[in-house]
Design a protein around this ligand. Structure first.
Ligand code: NAP
Length: 367
């Protein structure tokens, strides 16, 4: 889907006209590279930084400028977008001594698209305000396909009026924007979406297992669900991939575990229980522990399969709960404040017990 945009967007902001020309984009992974591509298509000048440069090569070949750090990327940008993985990545990019809060120019807009912690979003907003910069959380939904099509739904922690200056840029990669009016509001709403998604995924995985074990046609069951009340966005878009054995990531399993963990942490703060999210966390944590963290979330259905099918897909059940007695002293990836003796979690403190080994981020990055 293409839209024609002017090469810069004049916007009224507190009585002055803000010309947005230069955009910096940090985090050009599955989602970020696509979103940044739409921003370029809309005619903005783009500077990019990603931890692994190769993932920005396509954008560079199209004329984007490479920066050697988030600070360098942000130096003269009117708007800086971030789309990194974990809250701890967001914290690094914004709040370290050479982070965006200090490095961006006064008056710049800092917009975090990552699914991250609501409290961290509030901290970043407040820190930016002190430095005369504008920051807000703006997580997205719509998946890889939404990023490819430029039709993402944005969930913004700001009022519609306050976001007006950057609306043309946001519209270059979205088709709908919901405003939750306060810092962190976008992240909280996104976590609500994620707990619903997580239960929908467990729901369709259960349904497919029941169909297959009963010896009826699982594809036809999906059709029934789609034409009745048992279907969901997850069963429409991801269940066919599960059935086809296509576990390539659009949305990484480890990222959904992170999101559910953040939601469970929030539920603890509120002193409520979320049984559906608890179940989903247990299952996604298991999938990540046995080697599925960089698979797409649709690989959840592998947990219901015979071991041979899991092995063929690259999973290893012997990794489950390995090293439970290993003590470690690391910062949890979920990025919220755990204090000294937290239980690591991918976002919540459930069920690991003392001295567990952390499985919350099986990716390659260091603790
Ligand atoms: P991804 O492919 O892992 O992309 C994240 C990118 O951020 C990676 O390229 C990573 O670098 C980079 N990065 C991480 N920390 C960095 C840092 N400190 N400095 C610079 N770059 C850094 O993940 P994704 O699927 O695009 O998801 C990104 C975020 O959006 C996640 O929070 C996810 O939960 C959320 N989300 C994803 C989807 C989806 O369908 N994929 C949908 C909605 C929301 P490396 O290349 O070195 O790893």
């Amino acid at each position: 889907m293409r839209r024609d945009r002017p090469s810069s967007s004049p916007c009224l902001w507190k009585g002055t006209t803000l010309q947005i020309k230069k955009i910096a984009f940090i985090g050009t992974g599955i989602m970020g590279a696509r979103i940044a591509g739409h921003i370029m298509d809309a005619g903005y000048e783009l500077t990019v930084y990603n931890r692994t440069r190769e993932k920005a090569e396509e954008l560079l070949a199209r004329g984007a400028t490479w920066a050697g750090s988030p600070a360098e990327a942000a130096a003269d940008a009117d708007v800086v977008f971030t789309m990194v993985g974990y809250p701890s990545d967001v914290e690094d990019v914004y709040l370290t001594t050479d982070g965006l809060i200090r490095a961006a120019r006064k008056g710049a807009w800092l917009i975090d698209l990552t699914t991250s912690s609501p409290q961290l979003a509030r901290d970043i907003h407040d820190a930016a305000e002190v430095e005369d910069k504008h920051a807000f959380d703006c997580p997205v939904t719509g998946g890889e396909q939404g990023a490819i099509d430029g039709t993402l739904t944005l969930i913004a922690g700001i009022t519609e009026a306050a976001a007006a200056p950057v609306l043309p840029v946001l519209e270059s990669f979205s088709s709908k924007i919901f405003y939750f009016d306060q810092p962190g509001g976008g992240q909280t709403a996104k976590l609500c979406n994620q707990v619903s998604l997580a239960s929908c995924m467990v729901g369709y995985a259960d349904a497919l297992a029941l169909a297959e074990q009963s010896g009826i046609d699982a594809e036809r069951v999906l059709e029934v669900m789609a034409s009745g009340t048992g279907g969901s966005g997850a069963s429409r878009t991801l269940a066919p991939k599960s059935l086809a054995g296509d576990y390539k990531p659009g949305f990484l399993a480890e990222h959904l575990r992170k999101d559910i963990g953040l939601a469970l942490q929030r539920s603890e703060d509120l002193d409520i229980t979320l049984p559906g999210a608890e179940t989903a966390f247990t299952l996604f944590d298991m999938l990540c522990q046995i080697g599925g963290s960089r698979m797409g979330t649709q690989a959840l259905t592998l947990l219901y399969q015979e071991e041979a099918a899991c092995v063929a897909a690259g999973l290893d059940w012997s990794l489950l709960d390995q090293g439970e007695d290993d003590e470690h002293d690391h910062e949890c990836c979920c990025g919220h404040d755990h204090g000294e003796d937290h239980e690591c979690c991918g976002g919540h403190g459930h069920g690991h017990g003392d001295g567990h080994e952390c499985h919350c981020h099986d990716h390659d990055h260091e603790h």
